[in-house]
Design a protein around this ligand. Structure first.
Ligand SMILES: CC(C)(COP(=O)(O)OP(=O)(O)OC[C@H]1O[C@@H](n2cnc3c(N)ncnc32)[C@H](O)[C@@H]1OP(=O)(O)O)[C@@H](O)C(=O)NCCC(=O)NCCS
Length: 134
């Protein structure tokens, strides 16, 4: 299920010398959004293991309000894959469009930092779409 995981605004300290949002800053926001989506379904901590297919489709400008949507697309033994999409709203037209997308993979871990089976740390209530991936 696609869900809104993070929302915010771009400020001057988030920009690259060209005046648009710095890619690493965008990735950090996406990582946080993905971790929130993971937290929604499991009780244990989880760490990012890979980030793939990152696409900076359009620039994000100073003052833009961004919304980050997440969707869990796969669940392995200890891993959870999340599609992350950043969208920006054009304040004049009210049109919202995708600016960046990527696939994040998280691994559920125990207190020793070792992978654990996702099914052993699931929250009591998870949405039907995620349930179908198990
Ligand atoms: C993530 C981590 C716990 C995995 O430990 P590991 O001993 O390599 O674990 P495994 O080899 O059993 O792999 C665990 C899962 O990750 C997946 N994985 C590991 N490396 C991968 C890679 N390079 N690409 C894709 N998947 C990978 C495995 O396929 C496996 O998935 P599955 O259980 O669903 O089948 C360990 O590599 C680690 O601590 N990395 C640092 C994480 C970190 O600091 N992230 C940044 C801050 S959050």
């Amino acid at each position: 299920m696609r869900q809104l995981s993070l929302k915010g605004r771009t400020y001057p300290t988030d920009l690259n010398p060209g005046g648009t949002a710095f890619g690493g800053w965008v990735m950090a926001k996406m990582d946080k959004a993905a971790s929130i989506a993971v937290d929604d379904i499991i009780k244990s901590p989880a760490v990012t293991v890979t980030v793939s297919r990152i696409n900076f489709l359009k620039p994000i400008h100073n003052g833009d309000i961004f919304t980050i949507y997440t969707e869990i697309t796969a669940i392995g033994t200890s891993s959870i894959t999340i599609y992350v999409s950043v969208e920006v709203k054009n304040v004049e037209t009210n049109e919202q469009y995708e600016v960046t997308s990527a696939e994040f993979k998280f691994v559920a871990i125990n207190a020793e930092g070792k992978p654990v089976n996702v099914r052993s740390v699931l929250r009591d209530q998870i949405d039907e779409d995620t349930q179908a991936l198990l």
